[in-house]
Design a protein around this ligand. Structure first.
Ligand code: GDP
Length: 212
């Protein structure tokens, strides 16, 4: 799909994402969630979708992946502050096969409580592996986001693994499902943390939601 961001918007976004990005805290329970400050973007996706890699590619740092993949932190919401203008919330990955029903219910409880009680949350970026497209669990999460009335945008990861035609087919299939979900942003963005494709455009889309 074509994305039309002006050179100025792309440059402003690059500057925003080049600012320091500091880990604030991890929250395993609602009480641990830091008080509302800057506008916030949350990142959600299945385990292994490439979430840590993408957040690192956006910020040009490796610290986030290290924090988010530290044992014990993987089931927390990890909060990072980008240049005091944008809060990034890394939601725990879902859909890991060996997770019990109880753990899965705890994920839903924490995430739903977070989504409902976060007035500064501007958007959830829902990551989908471009090779796999939407799986059942992803659609369940979309239902949850609809229910929480939170606006979200689907971003495809690992697009370097697909031929352009395959990518277009995935984008269309995903867009058809997204169109049936009230809170889904109509634009689907393709990205690759390996090639860097789509990263400036995603930065620009998110920078539009940041504070001054
Ligand atoms: P997370 O569990 O969602 O945080 O996923 P990670 O960022 O740890 O990535 C999971 C796996 O996918 C790792 O082996 C990464 O090297 C790989 N990966 C992540 N992003 C990309 C990408 O854009 N392209 C390709 N080819 N592989 C990727």
């Amino acid at each position: 799909m074509e994305h039309k961001f002006s050179p100025k918007a792309l440059e402003e976004a690059r500057v925003l994402f080049a600012q320091p990005c500091d880990f604030l805290r991890g929250a395993a329970a609602l009480d641990d969630i830091p008080p509302t400050r800057a506008p916030e973007i949350a990142f959600a996706g299945r385990s292994n979708v490439g979430k840590s890699s993408l957040v690192n590619a956006l910020t040009g740092r490796t610290t986030l992946a290290r924090v988010s993949n530290t044992p014990g932190r993987t089931r927390e919401i990890n909060f990072f502050l980008l240049g005091s203008r944008l809060m990034l919330a890394d939601l725990p990955g879902y859909g890991y096969a060996r997770v019990s029903k109880e753990q899965s219910a705890r994920w839903t409880e924490l995430v739903f409580a977070y989504l409902r009680g976060r007035p500064n949350l501007r958007r959830v970026v829902l990551l989908i592996d471009a090779r796999r497209g939407l799986l059942e669990h992803d659609v369940e999460v979309m239902d949850l986001l609809d229910k929480a009335a939170v606006s979200y945008q689907i971003v495809l990861t690992k697009m370097d693994k697909l031929k352009p035609q395959e990518l277009r087919e995935t984008e269309i299939n995903v867009a058809v499902v997204a169109a049936k979900h009230g809170a889904a942003h109509p634009e689907i963005l393709g990205t690759s943390s390996v090639s860097g494709e789509g990263i400036p455009e995603l930065r620009a889309a998110l920078a539009m939601l940041a504070g001054r």
